[in-house]
Design a protein around this ligand. Structure first.
Ligand code: ACM
Ligand code: ZN
Length: 521
C-alpha cells in the first residue's frame, strides 16, 4: 500500500507514488511568491533547526522555477469551501507546493516535512543529501475544527511547553488550541482592571493527592500536599503566544469558565459570590457549590470588563465561556438571585444559568464575537449562534441543538478526554471515535464543526505526564479531523505511527510504550 510506504499522518485525501527521488541538500533553494514568503521563512527555519540544513531563500515570481528548488505558490483565489487545501508535487527536479491560501501552503509544508527521513534529525544532522520519494498529493481536511484543549488552571506549564504543543499541533495539521485558563484551582491570566485575580487567584497552597475522595463523603478529609502551585501569563506573554500560534495557522480560543468553577475568582473578589465568602483558591477538585452570583449586577460588570481585556488580546472570533458544572444550590437561597428570577420572570432557579449565558452571549455579540460553551449551556432560549461543545450527558439535547441548525464541536469524554489513562481510553478507542453520530441525518452533518481532544490536568503535575497522556492519542485525533472517513483504518494508522513515534522522540516528546497505549483490544 502506498500509504504505508509514505507513512503520512493524517493520511492525505489522494496520494500517488511516482518513480524516482528528489535529493534535498545544502544546494536546494526555497522559492516563494509574495504571499508565501512567511511560509518560506518558516520552512527555512525548520529545516535549519531540525535537519541542520541552511537553505537559500528567495522571493521569486512563479515562472522562475529553478532546479532543485522547493517552490511555494499561493494563488490567492478565494476557496470558501476549503481554504486549507493544498497540493504537493515532488519530482526529481523540484518540489512544488501550491494552494489557494497561505494556510494550504503551510499544510503542504507539514506533509513535506513528514516525508523527509527522520534519521537525519538531530544526532547526525548536517549536509548529507536526503532523498525524498517523488509523489503527487492532493489534500484537504474533513473538518474545520481540529482541536486540542489544555487545562492550565489545575497545573501550570508555561510558555515554552505551550510553544512545543503548538509546534506539534502544526505538524499534525491541528488548527484550534482551546486554552482553559481559569478554574477553581487557579486563575492564570493577567487582567489589568482586577489585579487580585492573579495576585490571589493564581496561587494555591497545595493539592489533594488522591481523587478517591472526590465523590465520596466530603467529611472525610482528602490528604493534601503542601506544595504551592502558582503561575500566570502576563498580557505580553499572551500576545507572544498568540503570535506564535498565528504563524502556525492555529487559532487560540481562551476559556474563562463562568459561572461555576470560579473559586479562584471568589478568593480574590468574594463580593461576586452569593454569600460574600471568604474563600480560598481551592486545593481539591470536583464541583464546587460556591459560584458567581447571578443576581448581582456587579458580577456582569466584572465579566464584561474582563472580556473587554480578553477580546483586546485574543483575535479569535470565538470566546469560550465555560458553563459546565454550575450547581444552583447557592442561587436557591440567595436574595439577589431570587430577585433576579422574579424581575426577569425566569420562573425557576433552573433558568438562571440560561439568563446568564444569554447576557454574556449578547455582550460578546455586540463586540462581534461568538461564544462557545460546554453542553450544559444548552437551554430552550439559547441564542442561535451559540456554539456547543459536547462532552457528557444530555446527548439528546445536543442532537436537538444540531437539528435546529446550530453548531457543535465534539469532545466525547469516552474517547477524547486524555486525562483518562490508556487503560480506560486506549488508542483504538480514540481512533475509532467518529464525531458524526450514526443516527444523525446527513443534512445536519455540516453542523458538526469537528472534534477536540481535552487534557484536564488535575493529576498532571509535569510536562512529562502531559505529553505521555497526549501522545499518541492526539495523533489519532488529528487523523479523524482531517482524513476522509472511508480512508481511516486503525491497522494502517498503527503502521504509519511506527514512523511517527521516532519523530516524537527526536522532538523530545515523552510518550508511552506500545503495550501501554494499545492495551486490550
Ligand atoms: C468538563 O469536563 N467539566 C467540561
Ligand atoms: Zn446570588
Amino acid at each position: 500500500m502506498i500509504r504505508e510506504k509514505l507513512k503520512i499522518i493524517p493520511e492525505p485525501v489522494k496520494a500517488s507514488l511516482n518513480d524516482g527521488v528528489f535529493f534535498l541538500s545544502q544546494k536546494t533553494t526555497i522559492q516563494a511568491d509574495l504571499t508565501s514568503a512567511g511560509n518560506g521563512e518558516y520552512l527555512k527555519q525548520v529545516l535549519a533547526i531540525q535537519y541542520g540544513l541552511n537553505l537559500a531563500f528567495e522571493e521569486s515570481s512563479q515562472d522562475n522555477e529553478g532546479k532543485s528548488s522547493i517552490i511555494l505558490k499561493t494563488s490567492n483565489e478565494k476557496d470558501l469551501n476549503n481554504s486549507e487545501k493544498y497540493s504537493l508535487l515532488i519530482s526529481k527536479e523540484n518540489i512544488i507546493i501550491s494552494a489557494t491560501s497561505s494556510v494550504g501552503v503551510f499544510y503542504g509544508i507539514q506533509t513535506l516535512l513528514q516525508l523527509i527521513p527522520h534519521k537525519t534529525l538531530k544526532d547526525d544532522k548536517i549536509s548529507l543529501e536526503v532523498s525524498i520519494p517523488c509523489v503527487s498529493i492532493e489534500d484537504f481536511p474533513r473538518f474545520k475544527w481540529r482541536g486540542f484543549m489544555l487545562d492550565e488552571s489545575r497545573h501550570f506549564f508555561g510558555k515554552e511547553q505551550v510553544k512545543k504543543i503548538l509546534d506539534l499541533m502544526a505538524l499534525l495539521k491541528l488548527n484550534t488550541f482551546h486554552w482553559h485558563l481559569t478554574d477553581d484551582q487557579g486563575w492564570r491570566i493577567e487582567i489589568k482592571k482586577y489585579p487580585l485575580l492573579t495576585e490571589i487567584g493564581s496561587k494555591r497552597e497545595g493539592t489533594i493527592t488522591s481523587n478517591r475522595f472526590l465523590r465520596s463523603n466530603q467529611k472525610i478529609k482528602a490528604p493534601k500536599d503542601e506544595i504551592p502551585i502558582l503561575g500566570c501569563y502576563t498580557q505580553q506573554d499572551l500576545r507572544e503566544l498568540i503570535q506564535y500560534a498565528t504563524e502556525r495557522f492555529i487559532t487560540i480560543i481562551p476559556e474563562l469558565d463562568f459561572p461555576g468553577h470560579t473559586t479562584s475568582v471568589l478568593a480574590a473578589y468574594p463580593e461576586l459570590s452569593c454569600t460574600g465568602g471568604p474563600f480560598k483558591v481551592s486545593t481539591r477538585f470536583g464541583i464546587h457549590k460556591d459560584v458567581l452570583c447571578i443576581g448581582k449586577e456587579k458580577v456582569f460588570e466584572f465579566i464584561q470588563n474582563v472580556l473587554d481585556e480578553i477580546i483586546e488580546i485574543f483575535p479569535s472570533n470565538i470566546i469560550h465561556i465555560g458553563g459546565d458544572e454550575a450547581p444552583n444550590r447557592r442561587w436557591k437561597k440567595c436574595f439577589d438571585c431570587q430577585a433576579r428570577i422574579k424581575d426577569e420572570s425566569l420562573g425557576s432557579v433552573e433558568n438562571l444559568q440560561g439568563y446568564f449565558t444569554n447576557r454574556i452571549t449578547d455582550y460578546l455579540g455586540s463586540k462581534g464575537k461568538r461564544i462557545i460553551g460546554w453542553n450544559e449551556i444548552l437551554n430552550d432560549d439559547l441564542i442561535d449562534n451559540a456554539l456547543c461543545q459536547y462532552w457528557i450527558n444530555h446527548f439528546d439535547k445536543v442532537l436537538e441543538h444540531i437539528r435546529k441548525g446550530r453548531q457543535v464541536v465534539m469532545s466525547e469524554m469516552k474517547a477524547l478526554y486524555f486525562d483518562y489513562p490508556y487503560r480506560l481510553i486506549p488508542l483504538h478507542q480514540t481512533y475509532n471515535y467518529d464525531p458524526i453520530p450514526s443516527n444523525l441525518e446527513e443534512k445536519f452533518h455540516k453542523n458538526i464543526l469537528g472534534l477536540e481532544a481535552c487534557l484536564w490536568t488535575e493529576y498532571v503535575k509535569n510536562k512529562d505526564k502531559l505529553e505521555w497522556l497526549t501522545f499518541p492519542r492526539l495523533i489519532a485525533v488529528a487523523e479523524t479531523g482531517w482524513t476522509p472517513k472511508n480512508k481511516r483504518n486503525f491497522e494502517s494508522f498503527l503502521k504509519r505511527l511506527e514512523r511517527f513515534l521516532p519523530l516524537l522522540s527526536a522532538l523530545d516528546v515523552n510518550y508511552p510504550k506500545k503495550e501501554e497505549f494499545l492495551q486490550e483490544q
